[in-house]
Design a protein around this ligand. Structure first.
Ligand code: FEO
Ligand code: CA
Ligand code: CA
Ligand code: CA
Length: 621
């Protein structure tokens, strides 16, 4: 917080440039097909300018099976797949049953948020909190001793139970170490078969959501493939349903509709075979069950008896995360990416306004609002295209039955209105004190290859194997505006092995290079944290980049510095901070060899780690 004054001046300058200096942005537009090679786009400024945000010493890339942090930092494992988190929970074993998994932390940790509890005086308690965290998917080869080769009905139930959301209390001891409070009264698993979900918004009760088991079209069992997350100012958790399509299947020869194909539904799915054991996942018998997934779900971590609310007004797609900003007039604005090659970036604007202190009212904000999809113009300007029935040709005559249909098939609507196909939008992050928004575009082998994904200014590199980070500023600093200015913050690349476009932008060099930016978050001081989920072969075009990692960046100067390297095979994903910024929680997903202690456990286990400075200081400073 110490540099606040300095930062807001810098950001004002930046925003003025974005909105008024279109001529510069035009030359930024020319960065499009070929020309960004000269470096970071004009808005970032000279990368040689010093950064006051970060003072840690960058760590080198490596391919070791461990966590590497800068000098003066340390970490603990907070919780790993299979650790008991609900009352009477079973201890981890490679032979845990489905009934035991329901009491334990799920597999493959991803997005998460820490919510502090309040003390007896009603003040925020710096040492106690509740974490809500996603378990995105499972690894058959580690989950079952038969590695998935001899699946039983209980094995399918165990897989379903290892998905979803984990809610558990945590507390910090005098040594600044956080521990899970086993048997905490808020502890809860909202797993793939939990009967805790209710649909809200325009699709509620629509024919497209009705199933034999739920003729009301609004009472839903489970959540799965929960990827990134969001956290609201009123203290709720947003979990984002991503690759839900992979869990559905059908007998050979079942024809998929155009709508099903638009969401990647198929006979085989991702070979989970849940559909052979549980009829609701069989698309031939229950085609509407798939329409009940692919949503943002709002969860109250402070009320263990509350229902989780699926938010149909925010659209159905492969939700990565949800970045919320309050507009000046109090409306809640949520930016969201749809992580698939050639899909879109979206924005939701609530109809109602935030009221400080009125939590019950604020908890209705995400129920109704307007959804938009982004169009990035070549000249550095952009427009939000409204996805409302009757707007932009979204009418019955063009195949859009009503608002519920538009929300259930938001991808089809966004494509119809001419939104820009992007290079796999992953996380979006809003700066804490300025109206700047960043989004990772992780990679896209189809860019320049498929007709609907031509090279353009916002996605300027053919096949984009390294990915990039785009950012925008809304017109008049107003998140509800339908216009914005944008530029590219960084093109990832490899300056050691590549030349030209593949070497990356000027703020990417031999010492900080990475590929496939994915997780993205600002801390309260405005440091931008970048997590990667990319190629960790350390070979070929990726030589020298090592394992997946986490970097810290200055959003104004363009400096990027490697903060952490993850263990072998892992993806680094999921990030949240303690209120005092002296603990940084990070998710280590799908580690592949011995980390954290496979000798003892029999298998590597996905885990949340808590990073702290040995001197107790602010992380990154
Ligand atoms: Fe679950 Fe797009 O990452
Ligand atoms: Ca991701
Ligand atoms: Ca990814
Ligand atoms: Ca992942």
């Amino acid at each position: 917080m110490e540099n606040d004054a300095h930062k807001s001046v810098a950001f004002d300058e930046l925003i003025n440039k974005t909105i008024s200096r279109r001529n510069i942005l035009k030359s930024g537009g020319a960065i499009g097909a070929t020309g960004f090679l000269g470096g970071v786009s004009p808005l970032v400024g000279a990368v040689t300018q010093a950064t006051s945000l970060m003072s840690f010493k960058q760590v080198a890339a490596n391919a070791m099976d461990t966590i590497t942090l800068p000098e003066g930092y340390t970490h603990d494992v907070l919780v790993a797949w299979g650790d008991p988190i609900v009352k009477g929970g079973a201890k981890f074993s490679t032979t845990n049953t489905a009934a035991e998994q329901v009491t334990q932390y799920g597999d493959n940790t991803d997005g998460m948020s820490l919510f502090h509890l309040t003390d007896a005086n009603g003040s925020l308690d710096e040492s106690r909190g509740v974490i809500a965290a996603n378990s995105e998917y499972i690894n058959k080869k580690f989950m079952h001793t038969h590695k998935g080769e001899a699946m039983t009905a209980d094995d399918v139930k165990k897989e379903i139970a290892a998905h979803g959301v984990n809610v558990f209390e945590v507390e910090r001891n005098k040594k600044n170490e956080w521990k899970v409070v086993q048997n905490g009264k808020l502890n809860r698993r909202l797993h793939g078969d939990a009967n805790d979900f209710v649909m809200t918004g325009p699709a509620t009760g629509h024919n497209l959501l009705k199933t034999a088991a739920d003729p009301s079209g609004q009472m839903i069992r489970g959540t799965f493939n929960n990827c990134g997350n969001g956290q609201t100012p009123w203290g709720t958790y947003l979990t984002c349903e991503e690759n839900f399509n992979g869990y559905f299947g059908a007998p050979e020869g079942t024809q998929m509709t155009a709508e099903q194909k638009a969401y990647g539904l198929s006979e085989t799915g991702f070979d989970y075979n849940w559909w052979q054991e549980e009829e609701r996942f069989n698309l031939a018998k229950n085609p509407n069950e798939a329409n009940r997934f692919g949503w943002i779900v709002e969860i109250d971590p402070f009320d263990p008896s509350s229902k989780a609310l699926k938010r149909s007004a925010m659209g159905r797609f492969k939700h990565e995360n949800a970045a919320l900003a309050l507009a000046a007039d109090g409306r809640a604005v949520v930016y969201m990416g749809d992580d698939e090659r050639g899909e879109f970036i979206y924005k939701f604007v609530s109809h109602k306004k935030y009221v400080e202190g009125d939590r019950a009212h604020n908890m209705t904000l995400l129920e109704d609002g307007t959804l938009y999809a982004a169009k990035f113009n070549e000249d550095g300007s952009g427009k939000w295209l409204e996805l409302t029935y009757g707007q932009n040709g979204l009418t019955k005559a063009n195949g859009f039955e009503d608002q519920a249909y538009i929300m259930v098939y938001a991808r089809i609507a966004a494509r119809f209105v001419g939104a820009t196909t992007m290079d796999r939008p992953e996380w979006v992050a809003c700066h804490p004190s300025s109206p700047m928004v960043f989004c990772t575009l992780t990679n896209n082998k189809y860019r320049g290859e498929k007709d609907d994904q031509p090279i353009d200014a916002a996605n300027p590199r053919a096949q984009n194997p390294f990915g990039h980070i785009i950012r925008w500023v809304p017109e008049n600093r107003n998140h509800t505006s339908s216009k914005f200015g944008w530029d590219i913050y960084a093109m990832a690349g490899n300056p050691n092995t590549q030349t030209g476009a593949m070497a990356g932008s000027a703020n990417v060099n031999a010492d900080n290079m990475f590929n496939s930016p994915d997780g993205l978050a600002f801390d309260m001081d405005g440091r931008l944290w970048i997590q990667t989920d990319g190629n960790y072969s350390n070979e070929g075009i990726f030589a020298g980049q090592g394992n997946n990692q986490m970097l810290c960046a200055d959003p104004v100067t363009g400096h990027i510095r490697r903060f952490m390297v993850g263990p072998k095979s892992c993806e680094v994903t999921g990030i949240t901070f303690s209120n005092d910024q002296r603990t940084l929680f990070v998710g280590i997903q799908h580690p592949g060899e011995a980390w954290p202690n496979a000798e003892k456990d029999g298998v590597p286990r996905s885990a949340i780690i808590a990073i702290r400075k040995e001197d107790g200081g602010i992380i990154g400073s």
